[in-house]
Design a protein around this ligand. Structure first.
Ligand code: ZN
Ligand code: ZN
Length: 125
């Protein structure tokens, strides 16, 4: 592979913007990758900035603001089980309350446990 500008010069890399082989003299190292010229270097840096902004906007690598589903799901399930169990317990013909209520407590305990782990990681909610 030879430099696209200097035939005979071995290429050291490929411009990330225009996909051309570049030699040591042409190559420019930027935060966004290798570039062949000033224009490509700027384009790489701009692209890098946009990618970085997108990463921030979608919360990747940043602290999540809402509790994780590991906390929310068992909490909702637990409440559902518990309410259904209580409702069954006080109905005319108690049936599966003995099963529903402990299950609800188990789920709530799971949610509380997940919440504690979540908090101990230092994530503000
Ligand atoms: Zn280029
Ligand atoms: Zn060159």
């Amino acid at each position: 592979m030879e430099c696209y500008q200097h035939p005979g010069h071995g290429a050291v890399g490929i411009c990330k913007h225009c996909i051309k082989a570049v030699c040591r003299e042409c190559a420019r190292e930027t935060v966004g990758g290798l570039a062949c010229c000033e224009a490509c270097a700027e384009a790489n840096i701009r692209l890098h900035a946009i990618t970085g902004a997108a990463v921030k906007a979608y919360g990747i690598g940043e602290g999540k603001r809402s509790p994780p589903s590991a906390v929310v799901m068992p909490a909702l399930l637990g409440l559902g089980f518990l309410l259904f169990g209580l409702w069954d317990m006080f109905s005319d013909k108690p049936g599966i309350a003995w099963f529903m209520a402990p299950m609800g407590l188990l789920f709530l305990f799971g949610a509380w446990y997940a919440w504690r782990k979540f908090k101990s990681h230092g994530i503000n909610v």
